[in-house]
Design a protein around this ligand. Structure first.
Ligand SMILES: Nc1ncnc2c1ncn2[C@@H]1O[C@H](COP(=O)(O)OP(=O)(O)OP(=O)(O)O)[C@@H](O)[C@H]1O
Ligand SMILES: [Mg+2]
Length: 253
């Protein structure tokens, strides 16, 4: 029997590709956070934020200092509570989840690189990056850890206590710790903030490699135009809201 080859009009394949866009792995709808630092006082940090991030992409959150970027990232990652709205991660709503269940969910699926690194001061570089594995009761991939430390120029310091490292070195340890655990979603708060240009590029290179995987999502906060340029989508926060311009005209690099 003769087979007939069908050649689709590129416009049609384009529609197929658009339809094949994956479901967002991070979705926030109407997210608001109001705090009362003093009795009778209330401060709105986030106001009616709609946000989503897709697997296979790096989404950048940009905006002026104090605009609410870190707070948004913390709320998305289930590390801070919010007043109104909803957040769902990998199809699972996190609001109202029991704390133990949320901790387990975070441990199994999420990685967070803190703006302040959050390393355990009494531990060495190697002990710090082994921590997520220890907590999960999983085997520590020593060989992979060594190549990761080597990539970040930290192999010689692997037995050094993290308090003896510079800010940039500590930031690289914090990144290595999350990257090695290879979570489904990586949240990173200014992951290149304390790094020189070369190390900043290395970090972005590795995050880009991760986002090549269609099942991995990266959401990062940055002040750097160079970093934002290397991301797939850029969302701007201003005064606790997603700026109109960025909502309507998402930057797709
Ligand atoms: N618990 C809190 N109580 C009162 N105000 C808070 C609280 N947490 C954050 N804020 C305020 O909310 C605003 C947003 O803070 P956030 O840390 O999210 O900003 P940011 O955009 O990450 O800034 P930066 O770029 O400097 O890191 C700031 O004005 C901050 O002082
Ligand atoms: Mg911040």
């Amino acid at each position: 029997m003769e087979t007939q080859q069908i050649v689709l009009d590129p416009k049609i394949t384009d529609i197929f590709q658009q339809q094949a866009r994956p479901e967002p792995s991070v979705i926030a709808v109407g997210l608001s956070k109001v705090v009362s630092p003093r009795k009778g006082d209330s401060v709105t940090i986030l106001s009616d934020v709609d946000f989503c991030a897709y697997p296979g992409q790096i989404t950048a959150i940009v905006g002026p200092s104090g605009s609410g970027k870190s707070t948004l990232l913390y709320c998305l990652a289930g590390l801070e509570t919010f007043t109104d709205g909803s957040v769902s991660l990998l199809g699972t709503p996190i609001k109202g989840m029991k704390p133990t269940k949320l901790t387990k969910f975070r441990r199994n699926h999420l990685g967070f690189v803190f703006q302040s690194y959050n390393l355990v001061a009494s531990m060495s570089v190697e002990e710090n990056i082994a921590l997520p594995f220890t907590l999960r009761g999983a085997r520590f991939p020593r060989k992979q850890a060594e190549s990761m430390l080597d990539y970040f120029g930290l192999l010689k310091q692997r037995k050094t206590n993290v308090t003896e490292l510079s800010g940039g070195e500590q930031q690289r340890v914090a990144l290595a710790r999350v990257l090695l655990a290879s979570p489904d979603i990586i949240f990173a708060d200014e992951p290149t903030g304390a790094l020189d240009q070369e190390n900043g590029r290395k970090v972005m290179g590795i995050l880009r490699d991760i986002a090549q995987n269609p099942e991995k999502t990266v959401v990062l906060v940055t002040h750097s135009a160079e970093v934002a340029e290397k991301c797939d989508r850029v969302v701007e926060v201003r005064d606790g809201r997603i700026s109109q311009a960025s909502a309507q005209n998402e930057v797709t690099v």
